[in-house]
Design a protein around this ligand. Structure first.
Ligand code: SOE
Length: 382
């Protein structure tokens, strides 16, 4: 059977450019479909770098101007892997050009931009998705299934953390390649948009709307040399962010992220406590889901660690990989996302998070930063 090509135009070539390209290359082998992903073009301003990237990953051609990429008739889907400040302009233009869009997280610099992006893709009716990849780690997807089956009952608490330590060094500059996440003009915010955005996406998916938040942020290193200007400049991002809140289902939220937790590299954890059961997950042990089920017989009741690697259809995605007991990794969450995007195209039921889903995360981020600034509780805009 001849397959329908899905010709990708990748914009950017950093960490996420590599993670997504790897997913495009893997998906057809493990998740066969009626589509065949074709690495058609890679695009960035730096010709030498994008040529090197395209050769390494097998892209058929390069562009150095994203507008030219959007003009091309041989591109079906545009993957936006640029710093956050470019997402909106590229996404709106891509939608107007009739391209499908896969956009790196967070969707935008703020919810105003996010709303413009949602309006553009919905007007153009182009399939769209945002790369909140952690939803598609099998243990996290299993948590969703167990919650939706009602196994936790009424939810009381949801807590999440995302801890890193890579910016403690005060001599680390801000801005430019690799360090744009420290530059507010390119990133919009610090750990809130970069790390808590992941935690919020998962939380809203698992536990529903967040209604109100009360937030605190801190910038520990106030000035850093800027790579683009060569001058020491004020740091505009949040280095750490803590918030509490209330979900629409009445449960209480407790979130923390920082890049100043010495010893932690990417410790994303969440726990959800319900009347009947609790679940906990940890990115450093990503194939395990911890569960405490109160209905277990008293004398053997306790936390159990579910190794989410069964391939008999019990554990999400795992039937497509190896044999039971053999784990898969971080990279596979991106492969699952591409597989689901294609499944959405073929079934006519779009898979989330769509731009509209990601706008909700953006609205929560805006409310958090507003709350931190005003030092008071803020209701999340709907
Ligand atoms: C930052 O260090 C970062 O790479 C984020 O940008 C990613 O979204 C997160 O998954 C891991 O950490």
């Amino acid at each position: 059977m001849s397959k329908k090509p899905l010709r990708v135009g990748m914009i950017g070539y950093g960490f996420m450019g590599r993670a997504h390209s790897n997913a495009y290359k893997q998906v057809g082998q493990f998740f066969p479909s009626q589509h065949e992903v074709v690495l058609q073009a890679a695009c960035a301003r730096n010709e030498a770098e994008i040529r090197k990237f395209a050769d390494q990953w097998g892209y058929a051609s390069i562009e150095t101007d994203w507008k030219k990429l959007l003009d091309r008739k041989d591109i079906d889907v545009v993957d936006i892997c640029t710093p956050n400040n470019l997402h909106k302009e590229i996404a709106v233009a891509a939608a107007q050009a009739g391209k499908m869009i896969l956009c790196e997280k967070p969707l935008a610099m703020d919810s105003k931009q996010g709303a413009e992006m949602v309006a553009a893709v919905e007007k153009a009716k182009v399939p769209n998705m945002v790369w909140y990849n952690y939803r598609r780690i099998p243990a996290v997807t299993l948590a969703k299934k167990l919650i939706d089956e009602g196994r936790l009952g009424r939810i009381f608490h949801y807590r999440a953390k995302f801890l890193q330590d890579w910016t403690i060094n005060a001599d680390l500059p801000q801005g430019g390649q690799g360090l744009w996440r420290l530059d507010a003009a390119a990133a919009g915010s610090g750990v809130s948009g970069d790390l808590l955005a992941h935690c919020i996406d998962t939380a809203v998916w698992l536990n529903g709307r967040l209604d109100t938040v009360c937030c605190m942020t801190e910038t520990f290193v106030k000035e850093r040399k800027h790579n683009l200007t060569g001058k020491v400049e004020k740091v505009g991002i949040d280095d750490a962010c803590i918030f509490m809140g209330k979900f629409a289902n009445g449960s209480l939220a407790n979130f923390e992220s920082t890049r100043y937790a010495r010893g932690h590299k990417a410790l994303y954890t969440f726990e959800i406590n319900g009347e009947k059961a609790s679940l906990a997950w940890d990115l450093h042990d990503l194939h395990r889901l911890q569960m405490f089920d109160y209905k277990d017989e008293g004398k053997i009741r306790g936390w159990k660690s579910i190794h989410v690697t069964d391939n008999g259809g019990e554990h999400p995605y795992m039937d497509k990989w190896w044999v039971p007991g053999l784990a898969i990794g971080y990279d596979c969450s991106f492969t699952h996302q591409v597989a689901d995007f294609i499944q959405g195209l073929e079934s006519g039921t779009p898979q989330g998070p769509t731009f509209r889903d990601a706008l909700e995360t953006q609205q929560i981020l805006d409310a958090m930063l507003d709350s931190a600034k005003q030092q008071k509780w803020v209701t999340v805009a709907k």
